[in-house]
Design a protein around this ligand. Sequence first.
Ligand code: ARG
Length: 222
Amino acid sequence: KLIAAALVGTMVLTMAGCTSKTAETTGSEASSDAAGGTLVMATNAEFPPYEYYEGENVVGIDADIAAAVADKLGMELKIEDMAFDSIIPAVTSGKADIGLAGMTVTEDRLENVDFSDTYAHATQVVIVKEDSDIASPDDLEGKKIGVQLGTTGDIYAGDIKDATVERYNKGSDAIQALKTGKIDCVIIDKQPAEAFVEKNDDLKILDDTFDAEEYAICIAKD
Ligand code: ARG
């Protein structure tokens, strides 16, 4: 009888332990293997129209895509906003299930993550002041170029001869620096460039662009 009572006691304690553990981990860890769980999306919400803030909420094309994926999987979507160069580490470490951030598929990134089918075509463009002497990407030699840290624009800028590359956490900070004359141009994806230039009449986008890119969702290799 004593042994039976002890066993029952142990079982109750064990199950109580389980319940509270589940409650604790929900929301703080990605739970991609459980239907009905939470789908954690890592992004950098500084990139209109793909992800940006509307009040306190992250909205945009990528947020809509993730919501549709979560809906299809019967999961709840949670969006985590972070620095762009933290997205792949978040996905590889399992802190996030998917990275969705207007992210270009590159050979380097493919070494660390897998990508979904691509969902958008993009190009990197050059933003300059209306009165700039820079007329095409060929004129960037020796210039001060602003980019968003860790993006493909950052990589292109690094290849330009004698250029100084200023790396910003936000595309909007690079735009601010351009307006105040701290830098000569900004290299950034075309759609965010259009969104930024629309709000600033003293800026324009050059017609010539860099090579075509493709956006996709990144996920952990396993
Ligand atoms: N397409 C570029 C890249 O993959 C820039 C993406 C920046 N995205 C963002 N959400 N800030 O490097």
